[in-house]
Design a protein around this ligand. Sequence first.
Ligand SMILES: NC(=O)c1ccc[n+]([C@@H]2O[C@H](COP(=O)([O-])OP(=O)(O)OC[C@H]3O[C@@H](n4cnc5c(N)ncnc54)[C@H](OP(=O)(O)O)[C@@H]3O)[C@@H](O)[C@H]2O)c1
Length: 251
Amino acid sequence: MKMIVLVTGATSGFGLAMVNHFGSNGHHVIAIGRRVERLNDMKNKLGSKLLLLKLDVRDGSEVQKVLRSLSHPFSEIDLIINNAGLALGMGPANKAQLSDWDTMVDTNIKGVLNCTSAVLPGMVERNRGHIINLGSVAGEFPYPGGNVYGATKAFVHQFSLNLRADLLGTALRVTCIEPGMCGGTGFSEVRFKGDVKAAEAIYAGVDPLTAQDIAETVYWVATRPGHVNINVVSMMPVQQAFSPFAIHRNK
Ligand SMILES: NC(=O)c1ccc[n+]([C@@H]2O[C@H](COP(=O)([O-])OP(=O)(O)OC[C@H]3O[C@@H](n4cnc5c(N)ncnc54)[C@H](OP(=O)(O)O)[C@@H]3O)[C@@H](O)[C@H]2O)c1
């Protein structure tokens, strides 16, 4: 079945790979981001099957207004992928800037809520739809410097499960995708505020996941038979695993 797919954070990394993957497989795609001019090449490739929407997911009233007034053939969204998100900083909590914490909460939590609440009533009315949220292994496993970023992704995990609880009895599906280290996206450059060296150092000597790995996983989740709900996908590169418990020893 051909779907109407909405991807937030479509201008870079995972989102861009998803636009390409779903679009190349014949689905209609609504691509949301602030820098939508980055998708001009994709527009040439996918033509009228791609709708570009310049939107900041933090702006709840604008998101509601735009997503509730979409016209044919983009109005009846089958799949929303809440992918827009970011980490800012990797220092300890006592050295973090409150404005960075606010931006992560507003984007990773409130952005997901703004977009979900705009499309969910229509999906329930049609008794058809799938919500796929981008969490992270940082929402399950703590690490130094992950403070508010990890906490926002823990929210995404639990919100996804709670949505499923509310939607029992409908045909709607909900999934949380929780990747570990993934390279080749804008994520680390954003986190380190343009410090390319610091961003590259994160991936030194590691063969990380790629945006294409994530796009293919999301595609697989979205194309399971209608009676199958994949609740959570936790995925990492083979070269990443879990920390032992940290112990601070007295000298
Ligand atoms: N890369 C990783 O290792 C990794 C691992 C686990 C989870 N994740 C999660 O996966 C998602 C995608 O990450 P990525 O690696 O693809 O990062 P990325 O390349 O930096 O892409 C992030 C996307 O989010 C969009 N975005 C950010 N703030 C926005 C806002 N206020 N309104 C609309 N769009 C906004 C950006 O678009 P504009 O700037 O154009 O608006 C961009 O398209 C994020 O939620 C991230 O937390 C990433």
